[in-house]
Every structure is written in structure tokens, then in C-alpha cells.
Write a protein that binds this ligand. Sequence first.
Ligand SMILES: Nc1nc2c(ncn2[C@@H]2O[C@H](COP(=O)(O)OP(=O)(O)OP(=O)(O)O)[C@@H](O)[C@H]2O)c(=O)[nH]1
Length: 386
Amino acid sequence: MSQGMIRQIELRNDGQHYFEQQQFQRQEQGWKLIIGTSVLLLTLVAVELFWFVPTATSSSKSTFSGFVAIFGAIASVLWLVAQAVPFKVRWQSVSVALACLLGGGWALLFPLLIHQSHFLSAYAYSDLFLFLSVIAFFSYRPALYLAVVPILCSLLVTDTYFGYVDNAITFLSIGSRFIIIIVVRECLYHWFHASVWHEFEEQRLRQELASVALIDPVTGLQNDKHFELMLDREIMAARRHNSDLTVMMINIEPLRLYAMTCGHQASDYLLKRVTKGLRRGVYRPRDFIARTGSSEFALLLPDTDASGAEIVAERMQRHVHRCCDMLVKGELEQPMAVMISIVEWAPNMNVRTIRRHMRDARSQLNLDEPQKWADSVSCYDPVKYH
Ligand SMILES: Nc1nc2c(ncn2[C@@H]2O[C@H](COP(=O)(O)OP(=O)(O)OP(=O)(O)O)[C@@H](O)[C@H]2O)c(=O)[nH]1
């Protein structure tokens, strides 16, 4: 879960990119829907033509069979090509090709069947195909129009040519179908757009919350939870590369006394000054500082042994004093004390043992006795302690 969370934070998409991704996915579902619809409708036509229409001539049956064979073969080849090309190309050019083929195929089949067998169910099937094309291709306008316009034209041509209904009514019905297609497409598109943006915002918020949950709100440093994640990561890296790793624990007093005397606002300000001092004390980008308790900080120093860590510790003490001494002296009798314990990692240590050593090192500092507070840098030796 922890690795996943970090990866999620790193993966910051912008909204437009996320929207396009969703459109690609929607398009892929659309092809499946429209191919399934075509197969179903052709099966229905076949069943009706071969078993239920007495007027069906043998030439119309063979026209239909030949047509289905050619149509099916082209659609299958196109589908196979679609699987081989990159997703983005597939989404646009293959959608257009597939829509053109399916719409054109229906538009051609439809007048042929009516002409040869007076197969009037074709009207209902064409309307069903129109309706499902709108649902399938609404997220990509060119594909939608290439699927529906040929069928609308063939309805118009068939009716006008064969004179099934009055011309004016034909134009009116085709026009109204077209208006319905545009309106339904716009509604679906706006609904899709709104829901994708809503989802994106939700995802962004979740990422933000996850990152906030790893940061201490007062100092802006990473918190104890994040420190543990990083400690785990750095232990794995040190083990893999056979390199040094040092963990430093920094207790700063009298932070609690300062908070009790001067209030929380002043104490927050002092904490920010302490943070500034700590940040100035480290130079390497991989060094990781966290606030692990109310007056306790921890520092991870990859590729650094205990003697290197001592150099960093003394530098940190200097910077913290420079940033905070004036502030503390003005309010308290007690001088500022920066007490640092260093734990050097050894290959037999994991997060739990390091944590335990950190606790032991802390207990050696006599933090409960203010008269003993003074600047110190000590290297914790687990062997000596136990
Ligand atoms: N992790 C870490 N180690 C440091 C830092 N500064 C000093 N050290 C350690 O102290 C040793 C001696 O430090 P320096 O006297 O500055 O010499 P250096 O080798 O030029 O240090 P770098 O420029 O940090 O490589 C280094 O080899 C490190 O082990 C620091 O900011 N971060």
C-alpha cells in the first residue's frame, strides 16, 4: 500500500490527459458494442430472410450471404489490424474506418433487401443500428457521423426511389432522426465530460490527501509515517549496493516548555525556525529530514558512515542555534539544547531494529531531567547498550 501510495503521488496527470485516456477507453468499448450489434442484426436478418419471409427470392438470399461474407471478412481484418496498431492511432483512424465500413455496409444492404424481397423489418433494424451507433461513437464525432449518415441517406434514397411513403413525410422523418442523433450525442457527450472531470477531481483530491498525510502541517517536513517508508527504502538500497546508512535522532529542548510559556502560535514559529536550521545543516539531496515527535526530528543519511554523520550533526547544531537562540533567550531562562544520537545501520538491522535502537538511544538522553539538557552528539552502540 505504501509503495502504491508513493507511486500515486508521483503520477500527477493533468485533466486533459486523463480525459483523453477515458475517451480512448470509451471508444474501445464502443467498437465492441457496434460490432456485437452488427452481428446480432445480421443474424436476425438471416433468420427472417431464410425462414419467415415468403417473398424472399433466392437471388436476395445469395446477395445477402455474399454480402455478409465480404462484410464480415473486411470487419475481421480491420479488427485484427486495430489490435496491432498503437492505442492512440487505433482510437482515431480505426474508429473512422470501422464506422465507415459498418455504416456503409448497412446502407448498401438495406435498399438491396427492400428492392429484392420487400424486407420491411430492415427499417426497424436500421433504426436500431442508428441508435446504437450514437451510443457507441458519441465520444468521437467523425466516427459517429460516418456510421449514421450513410444509413440516413439510404433511408431517404430508398423511400424516395421506391415511393413507399410521401416525399415530404420522408424528408421530415429523416430530418427528425438526424436532429435526435445530434441532441442525444450532445447530451451523452456532456454527461461523459462532466463525469470524467468529476472523477479526475476526486482522484486529484485523493492524491493530495495522501500527500498531506505524509507531511507535518506545522513544519512542512515529512512526518513519522513517511520517515518509516523512506527508512525501509533506504535499508533496501544500502543492502543492495552494500553502502553505508546512518540514522540520526535530534531532540530539541525546551520546545515543550516554550509552547507552554509563549503559546502555540509562538511555538509553531519556533518550530519553523528549527526546521530552517535543520534544513541548512544538510547538503545532499538524498538526505531526508522528518519530524517524528513534538520536539523530535529524525534524519536519514544514505551513503554516510557514523563519522560523516558526526560532521553533519555538529553543523546542524550550529545552524539551529543560529536560527533560534535569540528567540528562545528572549522568553526563557533555559538555553536551547540540540541533543543528537547517531545510529549506524548494519546489514543485520531492519526497520524494527533501527526503531528499537532509536528508542534506546533516546532513553539515554535523560530528556525528563531539564538540568541535564545540553548540546550533545553521541553514537549509539547497540552492543554496549545491551
Ligand atoms: N549525507 C551527508 N553527509 C555529509 C554531508 N556533509 C558531510 N557529510 C559527510 O561528511 C563527510 C566529509 O564531509 P566534507 O568534509 O564536506 O567532505 P566531502 O566528501 O566533500 O562531502 P560531500 O561534498 O558531501 O561529498 C562526507 O564524506 C560525508 O560522509 C551532508 O550534507 N550529507
